[in-house]
Structure formats: C-alpha cells, structure tokens
Design a protein around this ligand. Structure first.
Ligand SMILES: Nc1ncnc2c1ncn2[C@@H]1O[C@H](COP(=O)(O)OP(=O)(O)OP(=O)(O)O)[C@@H](O)[C@H]1O
Ligand SMILES: [Mg+2]
Length: 214
C-alpha cells in the first residue's frame, strides 16, 4: 500500500519508469539508480534543477516498489497490507510531512506518521528541506530533529530510503548533522544529479506551441 497517494495527485500518478524519457546521460544514471532500489540497494538521493524529473522518478519508484511487494504476498494475506507497517511505501513531500507532524501532537497522528516513516519498507521524501527553504534562512530545529530521527532509525534497521534534494552531500552538512549525511551516503551511494538540458515542463510547453527555444 502506498501511504499518501493523495499527495501524489493525478498529474504525477501517471509517472512510470517506462514513460520517463532518456534525454541525457544523467537521466539514464538516475533511472538505473532508482531501479536499483527495487533490487535491494539501500536507497537513492536525486538532486538537480527544477523540472528535471526528480519527483517523476520517485513516484514511479513508489508504484513499482509497491507492485513488487504486493506480488510477493499470498492471495489470502491481503490484510497484512493495512496492518503491518512493514508492507508500506510511504511517500511524503518533506514539507507536508513537517506540517502533518507539527499538527499531530493532540490527535496522536504524530506517532502514527513517525512510525510509518520509520517502519515502511520504503520511505520516499520529496524535496528534503534545506537551509534555503524558510524565509528566515534555515530549517527549524523541529524539522532537523524529526528528519534525523527517521534517517538514523532506518539506517540502523537497513530500510531503504529515496530522497530528492536541491543539495549535494557537502551542502547538506550545513543543514543536517554530518553523522546523518554520512549515513544517508552509506545507504544511497553517490548523489545522482539530474541535469538534463532543459526544464521538462518548459520543453513540453515550447513543443506544444511550436515555439523556438529561448
Ligand atoms: N525525462 C522525463 N521524461 C518524461 N517526463 C518527464 C521527464 N522529466 C520530467 N518529466 C515530467 O515533467 C514534469 C516535471 O517533472 P518533475 O515534477 O519530476 O520535476 P522535478 O525535478 O521534481 O522538479 P521540481 O524541482 O520543480 O520539483 C512532470 O510532469 C514529469 O512527469
Ligand atoms: Mg519535484
């Protein structure tokens, strides 16, 4: 089961590995890195400018991972999908996770979300917040704390994680503690840069209108 499919939304829910166009070498590498999560690599970190396909690949990974997990379950054990957090793919835009956790102290949803993030077979955090996210120039101690708690737990348990970020590991250490970045690097290997030569959204717009590239 994919938790938060509603946050993926109709535009992105059509994203698959098959409809991801390979337009550059970086696309090929990123696709391979995401596929490797299916075959048991510890995870992937994607970085790159706007509209290069980071979220596309993470969503495709969520669906594919979920499909493979479901296949391995016996027909009569479907209930396990909803009762056992170990059979979840948890997808969160990082900023949405932060809001939900912040608002979840009174109704107990803080604990539920944290458990899902820790115990899911695959956790996907889209757009890991960085020092440039908040207007005041930094993530809050709250964001830093819950994010590090989750990553540390998953590292210790050997559970896969897939992340997109606009930071490389070196810059990430200005926002998150070096010990957490070190663990992320150990799980995910090198950060995969999705550069491509153009924002895919703008490319589509240009092609639709028959416009020259500006
Ligand atoms: N190589 C590609 N092949 C097919 N579709 C693509 C490709 N790259 C991007 N897209 C499509 O372009 C749109 C933007 O991609 P996506 O949302 O993944 O970008 P992003 O890198 O996450 O950008 P942002 O930093 O703005 O979040 C999506 O609809 C996605 O499906
Ligand atoms: Mg994105």
């Amino acid at each position: 089961m994919i938790v938060n499919r509603n946050l993926i939304g109709p535009t992105l829910s059509k994203c698959t590995f098959d409809n991801f166009e390979i337009l550059s070498d970086s696309h090929r590498k990123a696709l391979a890195a995401c596929r490797s999560v299916l075959s048991g690599s510890g995870g992937v970190v994607l970085t790159g400018p706007v509209g290069r396909g980071k979220t596309h690949l993470l969503v495709a990974l969520a669906y594919e991972f979920n499909r493979e997990m479901d296949y391995s379950l016996p027909d009569d054990e479907d209930y396990v999908l909803v009762n056992d957090p170990g059979n979840l793919v948890v997808f969160w835009p990082h900023i949405e996770l932060s809001s939900s956790l912040k608002g979840g102290f009174d109704d107990g949803s803080y604990t539920v979300h944290m458990e899902d993030c820790k115990l899911a077979n695959l956790l996907i955090l889209d757009e890991l917040m960085s020092e440039g996210t908040a207007k005041d120039g930094g993530i809050s101690p709250f964001v830093k704390e819950f994010t590090e708690e989750i990553i540390e737990y998953r590292y210790n348990q050997g559970r896969a994680i897939a992340v997109s970020s606009n930071l490389g590991f070196a810059k990430m250490k200005d926002t998150y503690s070096p010990r957490i970045v070190s663990r992320l690097a150990d799980m995910c290997g090198d950060i995969v840069l999705l550069d491509g030569d153009e924002d895919y959204r703008l490319k589509k717009h240009r092609e639709r209108d028959g416009k020259e590239r500006s």
